[in-house]
Ligand binder design. Structure first.
Ligand SMILES: [Mn+2]
Length: 430
């Protein structure tokens, strides 16, 4: 039986915060009304916003040097689901979970589906894994998977992805996300074109097995684990592959998978324009693929990305329905707290983008008024939309202050008593 946060605890905590929240909400309502914005419309949109939790994010992360496990880490997908239910109960914007196979593989997918149903959770994109060898695996991925020079290794990787689609069907998912670590470490090690051709030929076999109502998302990553070249290293290779494969294949943008200072919001705009934006993995970074908490370093960049997304939403851009997901490594925080904080941070960027005065922005752009165009974005970004986020959560039975309520619940210590430590020496790559 899953341990859940007591609803009465949430309402008790909320009742002590509601008067102040209503004051702040009314003040913000008046402020927004002066520019013709109805706060309740924005709050309803905020309440409809959702972002998926990666199953692997519920465990403590680490680096290639070490991992320092936290208390009461989930030991399997069922316990990961319990943690995801807590996150959603308090945040009310994370109703879906993205699994990773074979990490989350079970014998009985019907049982897993029943469990997620009972916790009020649904399944987001399925992630395949051909970037590491599994025990007993016949062909190694040391020299790549879908682009391996060995046909047998490529076929094994294709078969795994097709198997993932089958498990996804059992769970009610509609998306397969493919990220491969294929690449090279030495100049000359790999023939670039031949490797990309092998990758595309393998991906075509997976695409052919895709149900007609599914999408396949390709995730690019600049470097790591390969440090000289990577098969899908940037959005250029990504969109080329997606265009080659067909309409059901789109590109996925992980914020940490670009060169430092890359203009990610412009990449997002390009993908939207050519109907190839499949989804996001949100996180933040300072040096590389740091997988830090979303919005912890570059909240303005996150806002600028949502400025493009909201623009597409308002324009009713064709084939625009991206999946939102967090993809972070929580090395020194309680993953549940980081995931709640990060989901709210992404939701905040969405809400801030909703209150941009788009009519004024459009006029400033047409008149080449760079300063006022920039100020229009900054104005929306600097308005504190916290009362909207809190009211959206409260309206759905969530916590006005998710972190405080979570700490008050004593959930971590409670599950810590029934989930023994998984040990601290393993690799921390998640
Ligand atoms: Mn990712």
């Amino acid at each position: 039986m899953a341990y859940r946060i007591d609803k009465s605890l949430i309402s008790d905590q909320n009742s002590s915060l509601l008067v102040a929240l209503q004051d702040d909400y009314d003040a913000l309502s008046n402020k927004l009304a002066r520019t013709g914005i109805d706060i309740d419309v924005i709050t309803r949109k905020a309440a409809e916003f959702s972002i998926a939790i990666p199953s692997w994010g519920t465990g403590t992360g680490g680096t290639r040097f070490a991992r320092f496990p936290g208390e009461g880490e989930p030991r399997n997908i069922f316990e990961k689901l319990e943690d995801c239910a807590v996150i959603n109960d308090l945040s009310q914007c994370t109703p879906s979970v993205s699994p990773h196979f074979p990490w989350d593989k079970v014998d009985d997918f019907t049982e897993l589906k029943q469990r997620s149903d009972s916790l009020g959770l649904v399944w987001d994109s399925i992630n395949s894994n051909t970037f590491q060898d599994q025990p007993g695996q016949q062909h190694s991925y040391k020299y790549g998977s879908l682009s391996n020079t060995s046909e047998a290794a490529r076929e094994q990787a294709v078969a795994h992805n097709i198997e993932c689609i089958g498990w996804g069907k059992a769970l009610g998912s509609k998306t397969l996300t493919v990220w491969v670590g294929d690449g090279s470490n030495h100049p000359g090690q790999q023939h670039f074109q031949s490797a990309f051709e092998r990758y595309l030929a393998s991906m075509k076999k997976i695409y052919a097995a895709l149900p007609s109502d599914w999408e396949m998302h390709i995730e690019h990553k600049m470097f790591e684990p390969a440090f000289y070249s990577t098969i899908i290293q940037d959005w250029g290779s990504n969109i080329l592959a997606a265009m080659e494969l067909g309409e059901q294949c789109k590109s996925l943008v992980d914020l940490g998978h670009h060169a430092p200072n890359a203009n990610i919001e412009m990449i997002v705009s390009r993908l939207i324009q050519f109907k190839k934006l499949g989804g996001f993995h949100f996180n933040d970074s300072k040096y590389g693929d740091d997988d830090l908490d979303s919005g912890s370093l570059h909240p303005y960049q996150q806002f600028l990305i949502f400025n493009e997304l909201v623009d597409a939403e308002y324009r009713k851009q064709a084939e625009f329905n991206p999946n939102y997901m967090l993809d972070q490594s929580h090395n020194v925080t309680d993953p549940i707290e980081s995931l709640m904080n990060s989901a709210a941070s992404v939701q905040r960027s969405y809400v801030s983008a909703l209150i941009v005065n788009r009519e004024a922005l459009g006029e400033y752009q047409m008149n080449n008024d760079a300063l006022m165009a920039s100020n229009t974005l900054k104005e929306a970004f600097t308005i504190d939309v916290s009362p909207i986020l809190a009211m959206a959560r409260h309206s759905k039975g969530g916590a006005i202050d998710p972190i405080a309520t979570y700490r008050k619940s004593n959930y971590r210590a409670t599950v810590g008593a029934v989930r023994p430590s998984s040990g601290g020496n393993g690799s921390g790559i998640v």
